[in-house]
Design a protein around this ligand. Structure first.
Ligand code: GDD
Ligand code: MG
Length: 362
């Protein structure tokens, strides 16, 4: 069976980190999201994947050499500067997908424990044309929302309804099983929204079904979601690592360290922190509930709390970075600078004075 991964979105809500990498390459506990998806597909016996991407995303993926886990990969590109939305890329890839068997479509920016085999089983049993994986959440208003009839048929689908108008708390989890007839529902050569144009039509024809999944589900749409996904995964899968540490370093579990991390004496790391490859931490540094991307240096006496620090960032001594700050790749934060909660620093910026109100340093 084939799976198409939708991976061409811009990830604008993840700026400034998405200025320098596409969403599917964001590291979740030190592994690109795309690799987690490959692994899950391989575990479900699926190893034929089509990546529906923009030209830029294709280049990033190729350069990053994500381990493939036995996956055969084909690329299907949106036309230059003409993104096709969530539906258009499926139509565009129809020859690659083929017309013989049901196939999967996956939103590339979700991290979810969806059992693909079970989704497909339901899809076949119900003789559906399309089956959506559904997940229960507290606030469905940021997502597509489905109302189920008794037999698993979806009788209403609304994309991003106002909170009080949401017909249920079951959201579109961003994983679908489709029959090849779906191609006939997607107009060719233009941007098409699967959620706003195609699903309502399928509802009218009683051809759309839902299959509810519990377990882990997150969309890494915003920085706080990305941080939360890392924390959730850390507490659910990461076994405590044994580290050789110099001096009195304190590790508060759960934490994850990639290869080559170094920690100075009297530093405290954790809980819920992820340090990427070759991250270098000075003396008496404190890091809690944060994600630090590879090759970043954090100098003596600095504190990082509930923040995301991009790749190759240099943080001076005695710096304070508060909750909700996001630091873009290659930025430099000079000695003694404090950033209050909610400051975003664009890639390669140098910050030499404290920032006392939440804002974006561009
Ligand atoms: N190739 C391509 N071209 N891919 C695209 C494009 C495009 O123009 N636009 C979006 N995508 C990809 C994104 O990269 C992402 O993986 C997926 O399609 C969904 O797009 P998002 O922009 O992330 O949508 P969303 O998060 O607001 O909402 C969607 O996902 C929710 C679950 O996370 C909808 O499908 C909702 O109904 C759903 O609940
Ligand atoms: Mg999304």
């Amino acid at each position: 069976m084939k799976a198409l991964i939708l991976a061409g979105g811009f990830g604008t809500r993840l700026r400034p980190l998405s200025c320098t990498r596409p969403k599917i390459l964001f590291p979740i506990v030190n592994k690109p999201l795309l690799e987690w998806t490959f692994e899950r597909l391989a575990n479900n016996g699926i190893n034929d994947v089509i990546l529906a991407v923009s030209h830029q995303t294709e280049t990033f993926i190729k350069l990053s050499r994500v381990p493939r886990h036995g996956m055969h990969i084909a690329y299907s590109r949106d036309p230059l500067r003409k993104p096709l939305g969530t539906g258009g890329p499926i139509k565009k890839a129809q020859k690659l997908i083929g017309y013989n068997a049901p196939f999967l479509v996956i939103n590339g920016d979700i991290f979810a424990d969806v059992n693909y085999a079970e989704l497909l089983k339901t899809h076949k049993e119900k003789h559906a044309l399309a089956t959506i994986a559904l997940h229960k959440v507290a606030d469905p208003s940021r997502f597509g929302v489905a109302e189920l009839a008794e037999n698993g048929r979806i009788k209403r689908f609304v994309e991003k309804p106002e909170r009080e108008k949401a017909p249920s708390d079951l959201i579109n989890a961003g994983v679908y099983a489709f029959n090849p007839e779906i191609f006939e529902y997607i107009p060719e050569g233009r941007k098409v929204s699967l959620e706003r144009e195609v699903f309502p039509k399928l509802v009218e024809e009683d051809m759309l079904y839902g299959c509810v999944f519990d377990g882990l589900w997150t969309d890494i749409g915003k920085p706080e979601d990305f941080l939360e996904t890392n924390k959730t995964l850390l507490s659910s899968i990461v076994k405590q690592q044994k580290l050789k540490t110099k001096g009195n370093v304190e590790i508060r579990s759960p934490v994850a360290f990639d290869k080559g991390v170094s920690l100075g004496e009297k530093s405290i790391v954790g809980p819920s922190s992820v340090l990427g490859r070759n991250v270098c931490i000075g003396k008496s540094v404190q890091i809690r509930e944060s994600v630090i991307f590879p090759y970043t240096v954090i100098s003596d006496f600095s504190t990082i709390d509930n923040a995301i620090i991009g790749e190759n960032v240099v943080i001076g001594t005695n710096v304070k970075i508060a909750k909700g700050c996001v630091i873009g790749d290659h930025a430099k934060i000079r000695d003694n600078v404090s950033l209050v909660s909610g400051v975003w620093v664009c890639p390669a910026k140098e910050v030499s004075e404290s920032v006392l109100t939440p804002k974006c340093i561009a």
